[in-house]
Design a protein around this ligand. Structure first.
Ligand SMILES: *[C@@H]1O[C@H](CO)[C@@H](O)[C@H](O)[C@H]1NC(C)=O
Ligand SMILES: *[C@@H]1O[C@H](CO)[C@@H](O)[C@H](O)[C@H]1NC(C)=O
Ligand SMILES: *[C@@H]1O[C@H](CO)[C@@H](O)[C@H](O)[C@H]1NC(C)=O
Ligand SMILES: *[C@@H]1O[C@H](CO)[C@@H](O)[C@H](O)[C@H]1NC(C)=O
Ligand SMILES: *[C@@H]1O[C@H](CO)[C@@H](O)[C@H](O)[C@H]1NC(C)=O
Ligand SMILES: *[C@@H]1O[C@H](CO)[C@@H](O)[C@H](O)[C@H]1NC(C)=O
Ligand SMILES: *[C@@H]1O[C@H](CO)[C@@H](O)[C@H](O)[C@H]1NC(C)=O
Ligand SMILES: *[C@@H]1O[C@H](CO)[C@@H](O)[C@H](O)[C@H]1NC(C)=O
Ligand SMILES: *[C@@H]1O[C@H](CO)[C@@H](O)[C@H](O)[C@H]1NC(C)=O
Ligand SMILES: *[C@@H]1O[C@H](CO)[C@@H](O)[C@H](O)[C@H]1NC(C)=O
Ligand SMILES: *[C@@H]1O[C@H](CO)[C@@H](O)[C@H](O)[C@H]1NC(C)=O
Ligand SMILES: *[C@@H]1O[C@H](CO)[C@@H](O)[C@H](O)[C@H]1NC(C)=O
Length: 709
């Protein structure tokens, strides 16, 4: 009855042309009366023949005579099929040219399936009523492309395997085209910028994530209704085409991660509806357009990772809708304190990192009450953190690393009030200033939501402050390269979420407390079940990981004056990936329990006073790619097998009593003194390795696991 009740007009016209008897008959078997066009039914059945449902699902039941009531089908009053909609059903198979017989079809949606093989474009020849085509998220590729049907308005071929080039004849006749999305395919060749010669209604063009290359030639300028233009993540180059600056209707230009060069023409400010400009990851030069402030609808200005120079135009501070402002990794400079941010009430994310800005942190940034992420790292800023920063209650990420600020204690007292702060990088931020007020530094309160804290290279001359122990959410703590004294506190071991600890390069003494072996977040059995995917917006692109979850789990206490035995309890930390105890005074044996650290990738025990043999069981550590016990007092033979067969001699040198067993052929075992590596020649050979190692550790060490924050 569905076919009847759904269409009252159709129903009435039927009544009019029928006798009462016929009408009664209709009521009894309306399904048959409305039964679909035979040609449509046949072509649907032939389509059906070529597809299969996933085994777990009930197969498509297209068995009754009336195809108009089949799942996914809609007919018009003439019983012709107008809609075929089978999105997300898990179908696989191919798309047959027989669909071309559904000549009344206006809507075809087969998105989110597993259709594969070549799409027979020829079928569109006959689909002269097709308005909407959605084949996104399948595995289709192009056969000869014959061009789009004349009636087409919306085309979504995104997320497939289409390849080859799109030439202008593809759009020939498609004079009603409004939206064209081919993102996430493998199209190559030039961008078909002549698209609007025939299709002057185009509003949406998405070419992103393909292999389009070369310059964008003139043509887009004809798209006088274009609102969204995306072609990011291709290999496009040359200057941005001039005629793009004449498309007044544009609200989004997203062309990131290409090879565009040259300047952004100041004429861009005439596109008054622009709300998104994303040109990051190109080779753009010149300055940020001076009159950018005319773009009063601008919400996102994303120009990071280019070669822009000059200063930030003061007019930008007139873009009161701005939410996202990313300018990192350019050659921008100028006095940041002269910028008046006070009108940017909507601003959420600002990244000026890795430029050459000078001056103080602008006080007027405090007017931007919506700020949640601020990164001014790697500039030449001076002065103190303004106390008004404490009012930024939404602030969750702050990185000021590598500047020349002063008063670390004052800074921490202010920031402790930012209740939502979860990531704080002050790495190398207070480089030249000895800390005077140690009492305040040791007695802070606040920071209850901190998840990552880096105070590396901040000239701290005190004990590890006990307030840190109250930060129940802390997962990463970097206090490396300070002058901290005293012992490593036992309470660190009871921090419920801590999984990355870096105390490298301090003056810490005493034993490594066995309690460190109880760090819950490093013990598989107790591991925190939620996958804390805290986004790290500013790390992305510089490091491989953009989620806190991906930070390497590590304990690094190298370059201190720690002594005593290596606690066997460390063996409980089965999720540990980096263990660095180098350059200390550890003595005794290497506990064989360390061979329980099945996820360990790096173990550095070099430059200590360790004696005894290297436990054979360490060969079980299959992921260990770096191992060093250099400069100790180990003896016996170096274990054989597993990763140990890949470690270079330099991993073991400086242990006069350590022997390397070497198999010559299969007959004789010769014991070689590893100290043979002290011969000048060999020493020089090992130098590049050591340099690499030092540089590697410097990078990881200096700014912890989050270098470049
Ligand atoms: C398919 O649908 C028809 C009615 O449209 C029904 O009679 C038949 O039992 C269904 N078949 C299966 C296998 O579900
Ligand atoms: C349906 O389309 C196919 C392919 O275009 C064609 O070969 C076939 O003759 C058509 N079927 C009918 C019944 O017209
Ligand atoms: C296709 O169907 C999916 C799922 O129903 C829907 O999300 C999508 O918007 C449809 N596409 C078009 C162009 O209507
Ligand atoms: C194009 O399709 C992709 C999905 O494959 C989608 O993410 C994107 O938003 C679409 N582009 C536009 C402009 O709607
Ligand atoms: C790109 O397409 C592939 C395959 O269809 C899909 O798995 C992936 O999610 C798509 N990527 C994006 C960003 O849409
Ligand atoms: C497109 O992909 C198909 C299937 O992978 C391949 O056979 C064909 O040669 C490709 N065409 C071009 C122009 O790369
Ligand atoms: C464009 O495609 C059509 C149809 O596939 C083909 O005949 C024509 O030669 C192509 N033109 C260019 C310039 O590649
Ligand atoms: C691409 O554009 C650049 C600058 O706009 C120009 O120097 C170059 O000749 C162009 N290349 C081609 C192939 O048109
Ligand atoms: C700008 O956008 C508004 C609202 O979306 C629209 O009404 C107006 O026509 C657009 N102006 C231009 C020049 O496209
Ligand atoms: C900006 O574009 C205009 C044409 O729209 C052109 O005349 C001018 O030279 C361009 N300026 C720069 C700096 O490229
Ligand atoms: C910016 O770079 C251009 C060359 O790309 C140069 O001509 C110009 O003088 C530079 N401007 C500033 C302010 O450094
Ligand atoms: C900002 O806008 C105001 C009012 O529209 C205007 O008077 C001022 O000159 C603009 N400032 C800049 C730097 O463009």
């Amino acid at each position: 009855m569905l076919g009847c009740t759904n269409r009252p007009d159709n129903f009435l016209s039927l009544i009019r042309s029928m006798s009462v008897l016929n009408f009664l008959f209709l009521l009894l078997s309306c399904v048959q009366v409305l039964s679909c066009n035979k040609l449509d039914r046949d072509s649907l059945l032939s389509f059906h023949k070529h597809i299969s449902s996933p085994p777990s699902d009930i197969p498509l039941n297209w068995s009754s005579t009336n195809c108009c009531i089949w799942e996914g089908i809609t007919c018009n009053s003439k019983s012709r099929v107008t809609h075929l909609s089978l999105s997300g059903k898990g179908f696989s198979g191919t798309i047959t040219p027989f669909l071309g017989n559904l000549t009344s079809l206006s809507y075809l949606n087969l998105s989110h399936n597993q259709f594969s093989g070549p799409l027979p474009f020829a079928l569109f020849h006959t689909l002269s009523n097709l308005e909407s085509l959605d084949l996104s998220y399948n595995l289709l590729y192009a056969s000869q492309n014959h061009g789009l049907p004349v009636s087409i308005q919306t085309v979504d071929l995104s997320s497939n395997r289409f390849n080859g080039s799109i030439n202008s004849s593809f759009f020939h006749g498609a004079s009603s085209l409004i939206s064209f999305n081919v993102s996430n395919n493998s199209f190559s060749g030039p961008l078909p910028s002549s698209i609007c010669i025939t299709s002057s209604f185009v509003k949406i063009l998405d070419f992103s994530m393909n292999k389009f290359s070369g310059n964008i030639s003139q043509g887009i300028g004809r798209c006088s209704k274009l609102e969204v233009f995306r072609a990011g993540l291709n290999s496009l180059s040359g200057w941005l085409p001039y005629d793009i600056y004449s498309v007044k209707t544009l609200s989004e230009i997203s062309l990131p991660e290409n090879y565009f060069s040259g300047p952004v023409n100041n004429s861009i400010v005439l596109l008054s509806n622009l709300s998104i400009i994303d040109l990051h990851g190109n080779e753009l030069t010149g300055e940020v357009p001076t009159d950018i402030g005319l773009l009063s609808n601008l919400k996102q200005l994303i120009l990071h990772t280019n070669s822009l120079n000059g200063s930030v135009p003061p007019s930008l501070m007139n873009c009161t809708s701005l939410k996202t402002l990313l300018l990192r990794n350019n050659h921008l400079g100028g006095k940041i304190s002269s910028l008046d941010f006070s009108k940017l009430k909507e601003l959420e994310t600002i990244d000026f990192g890795n430029n050459s800005f000078v001056g103080n942190i602008p006080v007027r940034l405090c007017f931007c009450k919506s700020l949640s992420a601020v990164r001014l790292a790697y500039n030449h800023l001076e002065g103190e953190i303004p106390s008004c920063v404490a009012v930024l209650k939404s602030l969750s990420h702050l990185s000021l690393a590598n500047n020349n600020l002063s008063d670390v204690v004052g800074a921490l007292k202010i920031l402790a009030n930012c209740h939502n702060l979860s990531v704080l990088f002050l790495t190398n931020c207070f480089r030249d200033e000895p800390v005077r007020d140690n009492y305040s530094l040791l007695h802070l309160t606040g920071f209850q939501n901190l998840q990552i804290l880096s105070l590396s290279g901040c000239q701290l001359k005190c004990e590890v402050p006990s307030w840190i122990g109250k930060l129940k959410k802390l997962r990463g703590l970097d206090l490396s390269y300070n002058q901290m004294t005293g012992t490593i506190p036992k309470w660190l071991g009871s921090m419920p979420r801590l999984f990355a600890l870096d105390l490298t390069g301090n003056h810490l003494s005493g034993e490594l407390p066995p309690e460190i072996g109880s760090l819950k977040a490093l013990i598989a059995a107790n591991a925190d079940s939620n996958l804390y995917y805290l986004a790290l917006p500013f790390l992305y692109g510089i490091l491989e990981y953009d989620r806190l979850f991906y930070l390497p789990r590590g304990i690094k206490v190298g370059n201190n004056i720690l002594s005593g035995n290596i606690p066997a309890e460390l063996g409980q930390l089965t999720r540990l990936r980096v263990l660095d105890l180098s350059d200390n005074n550890f003595s005794g044996c290497i506990p064989s329990e360390l061979s329980n650290l099945v996820n360990l990738e790096k173990m550095n025990l070099s430059a200590n006073n360790l004696s005894c043999e290297i436990p054979e069981s360490l060969t079980r550590l299959n992921f260990m790619s770096f191992f060093s016990v250099k400069n100790n007092d180990l003896q016996g033979e170096i274990p054989k097998g597993g990763q140990f067969d890949t470690f270079p001699n330099t991993s073991f040198e400086g242990n006069p009593k350590l022997l390397r067993r070497s198999f010559v052929g299969s007959r004789v075992d010769i014991l070689l003194l590893v100290t043979a590596a002290k011969e000048p020649e060999t020493l020089w050979h090992s130098l590049p390795f050591w340099l690499g190692y030092l540089v590697g550790f410097f990078l990881v060490g200096v700014s912890f696991l989050f270098n470049g924050s």
